[in-house]
Design a protein around this ligand. Sequence first.
Ligand code: LLP
Length: 402
Amino acid sequence: MNNAQLLELAKRYGTPLFVYDGDTVRARYRDLFRFIPYPGLRVHYALKANYNPAILALLRDEGAGIDAVSPAEVAYALRLGFPPDRIIYTANNMTDAEFERVFKTGVVMNLGSLSRLKKVAVQHPGATLCLRFNPDVCDGDSAATMTGGDLTKFGILLDDVAEVVRIVRGGNLHIVGLHEHTGSGLQHMESVFRSMENLMKIATRENFPELEFLDFGGGFKVPYRPDEARIDYVTMGKEICRKFTAFCKEYGKDLLMRFEPGKYLVAESGWLLTEVNTIKHNRSRVIAGCDSGFPQLIRPMLYGAYHEISNLSNPGGKPQTYDVCGNICETGDRFAEQRELPEIREYDILAIANAGAYCYSMGGVYNMRSMPGEVLVADGEVVDFRPRESDDALIDRIMGGK
Ligand code: LLP
């Protein structure tokens, strides 16, 4: 979407505003099938990245499945019309009640601990399940988002496979899938291959004779910095295909290959538009103060993540260095620190890029500021608009109608 289109949306709907480009989401989804030309490829969107219902409807209509991580995400995907056999539930540290609630829906449960597996073997002998293993590969765009290796709470250790097989046989469990997720924003193509190999090594006929799919999680990286190279997904996809085809031959059956991207599908489709209301010259810093804040886009503050910012109103302005700050009562409330940007004037509109993944969905109403409105544009038209909650509606919700 170009500057003029974004500015027009800011004018029409007000700021702060999340804008999503449905064409980009659709293109990314279709790209994956081009990059990974394996006939049995299935893409399960990691709904935690962005739960906007219009984005979900678009992906549902494309044929995507869902990677859900809570009972509410499962219920939500079902309500949106995703069939149960296109949903996988990857919980961690789930309660017995949560297990029962989702088990009843017929959605395949992906278990990531020996403890839960043992309980299921006793309480639901004969159950059909998927098992999540720790791939023993560490990668991701921040320490907080690496999910393999020794420091993570996720998955069953590969070393425990013999114990797993014993429990599975004892409970007459049907293991139809094996799963791993290495991390988010995988920096090295090699990590994807190594994790696949580690999972495929234990996915033998002898250990798991009833497999229908292997699920290699999400984590496909997209560039956040302007100078960051895009991964060569064509090369990567070819190698993924080669490895998996060889594995299937050895296993003796063409299994389905699943991936669960979040960022890859939606990150680049979104912008947060915010208006600058205050320019302040402190002794060492020029501060551009906006009408949004870190609870609405927390990645810079939480992970030190870089999000590109453009000044939509003054793109040709003389470059200056700014701290781009929000309206929250904390000093750390910055979208960017010491960032060179075209001169920012009061009432200019800034666009914070790559705001489609893990921004709205990780948002909150700290300082009692409602989350921004959201608009989805596809084929040049606004197809969905969700207004910002009014202050009164927010207060009513907090007071529970009292
Ligand atoms: N599958 C599983 C089991 C996951 O835990 C995740 C992400 C994904 C798939 C999707 O990963 P993706 O393709 O989006 O990288 N809030 C962090 C990212 C947390 C990811 C959590 N799990 C961020 O903003 O960078």
